[in-house]
Every structure is written in structure tokens, then in C-alpha cells.
Write a new protein. Structure first.
Length: 213
């Protein structure tokens, strides 16, 4: 195992950076989209229920199948990988954003409106900061989940450590097959831990002191 890693260290390191970059950038896009959609629907009970239903249904779609379906419109490479990772990452963020925003005390919102704050300013300065810890929990869940999805994206030649998994599977029983798979799996786990620690630190920096747990 150590010999395998040593011989391919540069390749593994490059794939790890690609993997983390794919997940991190997709997570940012997913968070913006998820919070944006939640901001549009959380005041409406029917729309909120619909959004929650979509997230529940979306999570039942096999990632391998969805990635395969993206080949026809988007081809192979980075584009289908990003679309699929963003899709799955957005689902927990959207659900938590709807829950978090809907759970903000309406008295606080009315008080902000009563002192002359616009609806957008009330959302940005009052509702979003209060709901942020719940939203961030969704972001952390998404980050852990899509680390694995990003590995599957190697099926369509997406970037990241998934290439080692598929290489190992393609020559199962041959020299270095098991080492290739194990290296990728361990790498994905370590990257997931690094990302989660980064998100915890982000939460400490961005959560108002008055509402920290």
C-alpha cells in the first residue's frame, strides 16, 4: 500500500486537490441556490411543502444513474460532474434553509419592519443570521454526502479521486487494484473530515455571538 502511494503520490495529491475543489465550489453554488429558493418559498406553506417534497424525492435518485443521464446533454468531463454534485448538495441546504427561516420568531421580523427596515434588509440582517446555524448544518450534511457523489462522477471522466476507484475496479484481481480503491476511499474520508472542520470554523466566524450554542 505504502509503495503504491509513494509511487503515485503526485498523482494522488493532484486528484485530491481536484476532488476538494469540485466539492467546495459546488457547495458554494448549492448554498446560494438553496438559500435563494428558500427565501422565495418559506413564507408560503404550500410552496415550502413542495420544496421539502422535492428535496425528499431528489435524494432517492441514484447518483450513478443521474450522472449517466447527464452525458447526453453535457458530454463527459467537468460539466456533468458539477451539475450532479450541485444538485445533490442543494437538497439538504434547501430543506434546512426552509426550516431555519420559517423558524425565526415573527415578532422579531415585525419589530424590524416596524422600525423602518425594508423586507430585504430584514431578511439579510435579521432572519438570515438567526437561521444561519440551521442552514450551516445542512451545508455540513451536504459536504459529507457529496464527497462520495463526487467520486462517482469519475464515471463521466469528472475530476477527483474517483478515477482511482474505477481504475481499480476495471482491473480487479490484478496488481495494485485493491490499493487503488483503498487509497481513493481513504482519501475521500480524509477530505470529508478536512471540509467538515473548515465548515465548523466557518460557523464560528459567521454565526453571531448572541446565538451561538
Amino acid at each position: 500500500m505504502w509503495e503504491f502511494v509513494g509511487d503515485r503520490f503526485d498523482e494522488i495529491a493532484f486528484a485530491s486537490v481536484q476532488h476538494l475543489s469540485l466539492v467546495a465550489q459546488s457547495l458554494v453554488i448549492a448554498t446560494v441556490l438553496g438559500v435563494g429558493i428558500a427565501a422565495l418559498v418559506y413564507r408560503n406553506g404550500t410552496a415550502s411543502s413542495l420544496a421539502n417534497g422535492v428535496t425528499a424525492i431528489g435524494l432517492t435518485i441514484p447518483s450513478f444513474a443521474l450522472i449517466g443521464l447527464m452525458v447526453a446533454p453535457l458530454g463527459f468531463g467537468v460539466a456533468p460532474a458539477v451539475v450532479v454534485v450541485v444538485f445533490y448538495a442543494m437538497l439538504p441546504v434547501l430543506r434546512n434553509a426552509v426550516v431555519g427561516l420559517a423558524g425565526v420568531d415573527r415578532a422579531l421580523v415585525e419589530s424590524a419592519r416596524g422600525i423602518g427596515m425594508s423586507r430585504f434588509r430584514t431578511f439579510w440582517q435579521v432572519e438570515l443570521p438567526i437561521a444561519w446555524p440551521v442552514i450551516l448544518s445542512g451545508v455540513r450534511i451536504s459536504g459529507q454526502m457529496v464527497m462520495g457523489v463526487a467520486a462517482v462522477a469519475a464515471y463521466v471522466l469528472g475530476p477527483g479521486l474517483g478515477g482511482f476507484i474505477f481504475q481499480g475496479l476495471s482491473r480487479m484481481g490484478g496488481a495494485g487494484a485493491t490499493e487503488s480503491i483503498v487509497t481513493a476511499v481513504v482519501g475521500v474520508i480524509l477530505l470529508a473530515l478536512v471540509l467538515d472542520l473548515a465548515l465548523v470554523a466557518l460557523g464560528r466566524l459567521t454565526t453571531p455571538k448572541g446565538i451561538r450554542a
